[in-house]
Write a protein that binds this ligand. Structure first.
Ligand code: FES
Length: 571
C-alpha cells in the first residue's frame, strides 16, 4: 500500500495521535488492515427523512461501500446537512452555501483520500459539488435518481409541473379540491427526486454532461436495481481515481461547463442550473459568465420531458438517457473534449448509446423545439443580466411591450393576486420585488407567480412575470428571472412603478424599463433598502456576503479553493 496517501497523516502514525485516530475508529469493529494505507473513501451523505427526495441514499451508500471494499479501499460514510426543497422555509437555496461549507470542511477535516457525493434534491447536488471542489480531493457523484412516473386517474402526472397546472385549474373552478388532494399520493409514488426535468434531474444530467458521475447516473429511477449496481461501480471507480489522483479540477474545466450549458439546452433543463454552474465555476476558478449561456441558445430541445415536453424521467431512462443526448451533441459538433471521472473524455460516455424511443429523445433533424436554450437579457431594468427559458415560455410573449403591475413584496403579491378588481389584462407584465438573494433572503422559487385569478377564469395561462427570484425547474411560463442587481441591492427593479411600460425582446436579448434617465435618477434618490428581517446567525452572514445572481449567489468569501494540507493535530 502507498505510504503517501492523505489518510496517512491521520492513520499512518505510530504515536499518540495515530493511536487516537485509529483506536476510536476501531470501536466500530474495523480491523487493523482498514488502516494499512489503502485509500479511505468518504461517502458524503445527504440522506434525511426531511429530504424525501434523498431518502434512498442510505441504501445507495451500502452499494458504494461494497464497491470500495471490492476495490481494496476502506469506505466511511458521514452525514452532512440535507436540504429538502419542498420542506424548508424560507427556501432551501438560502442554505445551499451552508451545505457547501459543511461538505468542504468535513472533507478537509477528516482523514479521507477521496469522496463519493450522495445527493439528489435540488440544492444538494450543487452544494456538495461546490464544497468538494473547494477541497479538490478525487470526487464522484451518485444521485438519488428520479421517482417513478406519477400516476393519477389513468394518466402520467409530473412532479411540480402538474402541481402548478392543478393549482391553476382549482383557481379557475375546473378541478375540485377533492381531486386536487387525491392527486397528491399518485404524484409521489416512490423514493427519488422529482421525475420531471426539474432542477434535481437537470443537475444530475449536467453532472453527467460534465463527466462527474458514471454514465446513466441521471435518469435511472431511484428504485431501479441498476442504480444500486451503479453505486457499487462508483465505489470501485473512486478507489481507482484516488490511485490516479483524478480530482475535480481535472474534470471541471471550462470545457466541461460549456458542455453542461449545451446539455442544459438539449434536455430543457432548469433555469436554476445557471446560478449553480456559475457558483461551481467560481469554486474551481473557471471564468464562466452569464454570456457563456448564450452558447446553448441555438441548441435544439431534444428531450421531450416536462416541463418543456410531455414525458417523464422514467421514460427518458428507458429511451436511453443522457448517453444518447451526449452522443447526439457530439455528432452535431456541440461537445468539447473534456475529461471525465472515467479518465477518458466525454465522448466515451456516448459509446454504445442507442435511442430506444425517438419521441422521448428527439433528434437534431426533428427536435421538440429548435433553438431552445436559455436567453440572457440585459437592459436598463437588468444591467447585470436576467434570464428567460424559451422552451417553457409562450412564443409571442418573448417579444412584448406591456404595462407593469408591481408587487412590492411576496406578501403584497399573495394578498392581492386574486383580487377581482386587480387592474391587469393578459398583456400586463407582473413585477415582483424583494425576492433576490439578499431580499427574501435566499432567492426563492417564486418568480413563476400565479396568474391573477380573474385572468385564469378567462382562460389565461401565461403572461410575462419579472422578478429577482428564481423559479422551480418544474415550472413553465414566460417568466423572467434572476434580474440583477436585485431590488434589495438597489437595482433598477426597485424603481419600477405600476403603470410603467416595460419592453422585452428575447431575440435581441433586451429588457428595458421605458422611463427617462432623469426619471430613473429621481426615483433612485427616493429609494432606501428595507430593514433586514434576519439579524443574526447564518442568515445574517448570508445577507451580508451573498453575491448577486450573475455570480452564482455564492458567499463572497467562499469563492475559490484551499487545497493546503491540514497539519495541526487535535490533541
Ligand atoms: Fe426534491 Fe424536486 S423537491 S427533487
Amino acid at each position: 500500500m502507498s505510504k503517501d496517501r492523505r489518510n496517512r497523516a491521520w492513520y499512518g502514525k505510530l504515536d499518540k495521535d495515530g493511536f487516537i485516530h485509529r483506536s476510536w475508529m476501531k470501536n466500530q469493529g474495523f480491523p487493523d488492515h482498514a488502516f494499512d494505507g489503502r485509500p479511505i473513501i468518504g461517502i458524503c451523505n445527504t440522506w434525511s427523512e426531511l429530504t424525501p427526495c434523498n431518502s434512498g441514499l442510505r441504501d445507495l451508500a451500502e452499494g458504494v461501500k461494497r464497491g470500495v471494499w471490492e476495490a481494496g479501499g476502506f469506505p466511511v460514510e458521514f452525514p452532512v446537512m440535507s436540504l429538502g426543497e419542498t420542506q424548508m422555509k424560507p427556501t432551501a437555496m438560502l442554505f445551499r452555501n451552508l451545505l457547501a461549507m459543511d461538505v468542504e470542511e468535513s472533507i478537509r477535516a477528516y482523514g479521507i483520500d477521496g469522496v463519493v457525493l450522495l445527493g439528489g434534491c435540488d440544492k444538494t447536488t450543487p452544494g456538495q459539488l461546490m464544497g468538494a471542489a473547494s477541497v479538490d480531493l478525487p470526487s464522484i457523484v451518485v444521485s438519488s435518481g428520479p421517482m417513478l412516473n406519477g400516476k393519477w386517474q389513468g394518466k402520467d402526472i409530473g412532479s411540480g409541473t402538474d402541481v402548478w397546472k392543478f393549482s391553476e385549474a382549482v383557481r379557475a373552478g375546473e378541478m375540485t379540491l377533492q381531486d386536487f388532494m387525491a392527486a397528491e399520493s399518485g404524484m409521489s409514488r416512490s423514493k427519488g427526486v422529482c421525475m420531471t426535468m426539474g432542477t434535481a434531474s437537470t443537475m444530475a444530467s449536467l453532472v453527467e454532461a460534465m463527466g462527474m458521475s458514471l454514465p446513466t447516473n441521471a435518469a435511472l429511477p431511484a428504485v431501479d436495481a441498476r442504480r444500486m449496481a451503479l453505486a457499487h461501480l462508483t465505489g470501485k471507480r473512486i478507489v481507482e481515481m484516488v490511485e490516479e489522483d483524478l480530482k475535480p479540477s481535472d474534470v471541471l474545466t471550462r470545457d466541461a461547463f460549456l458542455n453542461a450549458i449545451v446539455a442544459n439546452a438539449a434536455v430543457g433543463g432548469s433555469t436554476n442550473a445557471v446560478v449553480h454552474l456559475l457558483a461551481l465555476a467560481g469554486r474551481v476558478g473557471v471564468d464562466l459568465t452569464l454570456e457563456d449561456f448564450g452558447l446553448g441558445s441555438d441548441v435544439p430541445l431534444l428531450v421531450n420531458c416536462m416541463p418543456s415536453g410531455k414525458y417523464l424521467m422514467e421514460d427518458f431512462c428507458y429511451a436511453g438517457g443522457m448517453p444518447v443526448v451526449l452522443k447526439q451533441l457530439a455528432e452535431a459538433g456541440c461537445l468539447q473534449n473534456s475529461k471525465t471521472v472515467l479518465g477518458g473524455d466525454i465522448h466515451a460516455y456516448a459509446d454504445g448509446a442507442e435511442c430506444y424511443n425517438e419521441d422521448v429523445i428527439k433528434t437534431f433533424a426533428d427536435p421538440v423545439k429548435p433553438a431552445a436554450g436559455l436567453r440572457v437579457l440585459r437592459g436598463n431594468l437588468a444591467p447585470n443580466g436576467a434570464i428567460v427559458k424559451p422552451s417553457a415560455a409562450t412564443d409571442h410573449l418573448l417579444e412584448h411591450e406591456g404595462i407593469a403591475y408591481v408587487f412590492e413584496t411576496i406578501e403584497d403579491m399573495k394578498a392581492n393576486i386574486d383580487r377581482d378588481d386587480l387592474p391587469v389584462t393578459k398583456d400586463s407584465i407582473l413585477v415582483l420585488k424583494g425576492v433576490g438573494p439578499k431580499g427574501y433572503p435566499g432567492m426563492p422559487e417564486v418568480g413563476n407567480m400565479p396568474i391573477p385569478r380573474k385572468l385564469v377564469r378567462d382562460g389565461v395561462r401565461d403572461m410575462i412575470r419579472i422578478s429577482d427570484g428564481r423559479m422551480s425547474g418544474t415550472a413553465f411560463g414566460t417568466v423572467i428571472l434572476h434580474v440583477s442587481p436585485e431590488s434589495e441591492a438597489g437595482g433598477p427593479l426597485a424603481l419600477v412603478k405600476t403603470g410603467d411600460r416595460i419592453k422585452v425582446s428575447a431575440s435581441n436579448g433586451t429588457l428595458d424599463l421605458l422611463i427617462s434617465d432623469d426619471e430613473m435618477a429621481l426615483r433612485r434618490a427616493d429609494w432606501a433598502p428595507t430593514a433586514p428581517h434576519y439579524t443574526r446567525g447564518y442568515a445574517k452572514l448570508y445577507v451580508d456576503t451573498v453575491l448577486q445572481a450573475e455570480k452564482g449567489a455564492d458567499l463572497d468569501f467562499l469563492v475559490g479553493k484551499d487545497t493546503r494540507p491540514v497539519t495541526r493535530e487535535s490533541h
